[in-house]
Write a protein that binds this ligand. Structure first.
Ligand code: ADP
Ligand code: MG
Length: 575
């Protein structure tokens, strides 16, 4: 626990001044409220001991007023600084979480729920800031109040102070026991939140498919399940959390009564005055207040603590393997690709790519065909180093892809996938995604080469049109924008993974033309269904169960009368 708290303090760096103000105003506020009982005692005594001395009473009342006003001011200052500390810390945590997403290996991201990431970065960090905002002021006030009242009580009467000191551990013990037992419920609550968020993210992004199946009813049923789980976990957590406050209050009442008893006895014995007894009772109240208040916000603190754990768990995930230390300074790739005895599996128990060797000359056009699950996309994942191979090597122009920087490697490729990805922003920003400093000429030139310039010019604001769902771009047009985006850097190697699969007939011609143009002069790996693309390939790889089953050009493969021949007859004849 202490480790996580220390680590959390590291994220409050941006709010140093607020932290200082927070501690100062907390202590100053406590001093004001500690001094108040002294003057209340004196005020009472000026009536009881000094035969109703009004001027004396008036004097103490003025001091009291000043103390209460200052204490209100410090309270306000305390809350403001706590807010700032809380929000700044959440900001720093969100930043760290988001940056972490870029450092994780793709395999980790693939295995995890996207919504759970969102939940950790948005909801959990918010819970942490709430916990800080509620907890920090109470902690500072609490600690200074406890120390201050203890000293004040000891000055008035040592026996009373001792009574309180002896009873305190009881209160702490009770609170601690309940808090510990409820912690796991708060962790479960945060987990349920993450799973729920994962569910919603997944369902929203696949709304069209759900609609296609008309699966709303089932979808809502599964939603209800997640929703109920979250409700019941939250309820249980709060139920446990809610026990802490009443039980500490109960113990504190015992402390109060004991002080009253001991104080009265001492007063009867003439050791302290009635005014001092009343001061002692005030102090006891002040003394127990922090326990009550901290336990009053214990559920926020508990959720915050569970949330901190989840955020740190994200930050502690293992990063992508570091880049090679001594990469070549400058690489001008021409597009020679060499797979050497590559072995790879996603799960150790299920070998997938076995003894894969392939040497591709610059500018060669390789078509990869094979059934779903044959390992076509996996070859792309390995080539781009989204996943690391188990043994063998992959070289580009003689350099192992493991001995250059990832940034150098990725710059060599233009990759277009089945689902075009455009983000909220203008057409221009979308095209310049991989080259933020691109000039307008470069953007237009890339768009022209992608055959996208025509339709972009017809958009209401041309290149400055904001991309949105409502603008009704067809899948093909979106794909053209993606092509323009990869062309802007003019990379030597091209990867198309089923890139024409979801393109509509209206723009299909245009997209195919753009792809054909793109392939000219580039080493190309094309995973495609389109016969004309495959036919014109220099080499066709027929993949089966992670290995190359056949290879050759169209004619030679047809002559072989093997897998390709059968595929060709059953699959491509319709075209
Ligand atoms: N990220 C992954 N984790 C585990 N297994 C995977 C992953 N991606 C793909 N696979 C499995 O590896 C095999 C090959 O997949 P893939 O290369 O995508 O096939 P293709 O692109 O030829 O359809 C399939 O059995 C698939 O289920
Ligand atoms: Mg695939």
């Amino acid at each position: 626990m202490r480790r996580n708290l220390m680590r959390l303090m590291g994220f409050t760096k941006n709010a140093k001044l607020s932290l200082i103000v927070l501690v100062f105003s907390g202590i100053a506020g406590s001093v004001c409220s500690l001094l108040a009982p002294v003057f209340i005692g004196k005020a009472i005594d000026s009536l009881a001991l000094y035969n109703v001395d009004f001027p004396r009473l008036y004097h103490f009342l003025k001091i009291l007023a000043a103390l209460y006003i200052s204490s209100a001011f410090f309270e306000w200052l305390l809350m403001q600084s706590a807010n700032n500390v809380g929000y700044r810390t959440a900001e720093a945590l969100r930043q760290a979480g988001y940056e972490k997403l870029h450092m994780l290996p793709i395999s980790d991201i693939d295995r995890s729920s996207r919504g759970d990431f969102t939940s950790r970065i948005i909801i959990d960090t918010q819970n942490v800031s709430q916990g800080l905002i509620q907890g920090l002021p109470k902690m500072v006030q609490g600690v200074s109040a406890i120390i201050g009242t203890m000293i004040s009580m000891a000055i008035i009467s040592l026996p009373v102070a001792l009574t309180v000191a002896l009873l305190t551990p009881l209160s702490v013990l009770v609170a601690r026991k309940i808090t510990l037992s409820s912690h796991e419920h708060y962790v479960m609550q945060a987990e349920a939140q993450g799973e729920f968020s994962g569910f919603i993210t997944e369902r929203i992004s696949n709304r069209d498919i759900i609609s296609a199946f008309y699966a709303h009813e089932g979808n809502i049923k599964s939603f209800d399940k997640y929703n109920e789980t979250l409700t019941s976990k939250t309820y249980t957590a709060q139920l446990y959390g809610a026990l802490v406050n009443p039980s500490t209050r109960f113990v504190n009442h015992i402390v109060y009564v004991s002080v009253g008893l001991v104080g009265s006895l001492l007063s009867l014995a003439g050791l302290i005055s009635i005014g001092q007894v009343s001061s002692l009772l005030f102090y006891t109240n002040q003394y127990t207040k922090p326990f009550n208040e901290i336990s009053g916000v214990i559920h926020q603190l508990q959720s915050a603590y569970a949330a901190v754990g989840r955020v740190f768990a994200l930050l502690d995930r293992e990063n992508e393997k570091a880049d090679y230390e001594n990469p070549p300074e400058y690489i001008s790739a021409i597009g020679n690709v060499d797979f050497q005895d590559v072995q790879f599996s996603y799960e150790k128990s299920k070998p997938l790519i076995r003894d894969f060797s392939l040497c591709v000359k610059p500018g060669e056009k390789i078509a990869i065909v094979g059934e779903t699950g044959a390992g076509k996309t996996t070859i792309v994942n390995l080539l781009m180093r989204f996943y690391d191979i188990d043994s063998g090597d992959i070289k580009i122009d003689g350099n192992s892809i493991y001995r250059i920087k990832r940034s150098q490697l990725r710059e060599m490729f233009a990759m277009v996938l089945q689902d075009s990805w455009l983000f909220t922003g203008s057409v221009r920003e979308n095209i310049a995604f991989g080259k933020p400093d691109a000039t307008m000429e470069e953007i237009i030139s890339a768009a022209k080469r992608a055959h996208a310039h025509g339709f972009i010019s017809r958009l209401p604001n041309g290149y400055d049109t904001q991309i949105s769902e409502e603008m009704g771009l067809s899948a093909g047009e979106m794909q053209l924008l993606c092509i323009a985006r990869v062309l802007i850097n003019n990379p030597p190697i091209l990867i198309l993974d089923e890139a024409t699969s979801s393109v509509d007939t209206r723009t299909e011609m245009l997209v195919n033309r753009a792809f054909d143009d793109m392939m000219k002069g580039r080493t190309s790996f094309v995973i495609a269904h389109r016969l004309s693309t495959i036919r014109s390939a220099d080499r066709i790889l027929v993949m089966q169960d992670g290995a190359i089953a056949e290879q050759g050009n169209h004619d030679s493969l047809i002559k072989q009368k093997g897998i390709y021949f059968d595929m060709y007859n059953s699959q491509f004849l319709q075209e």
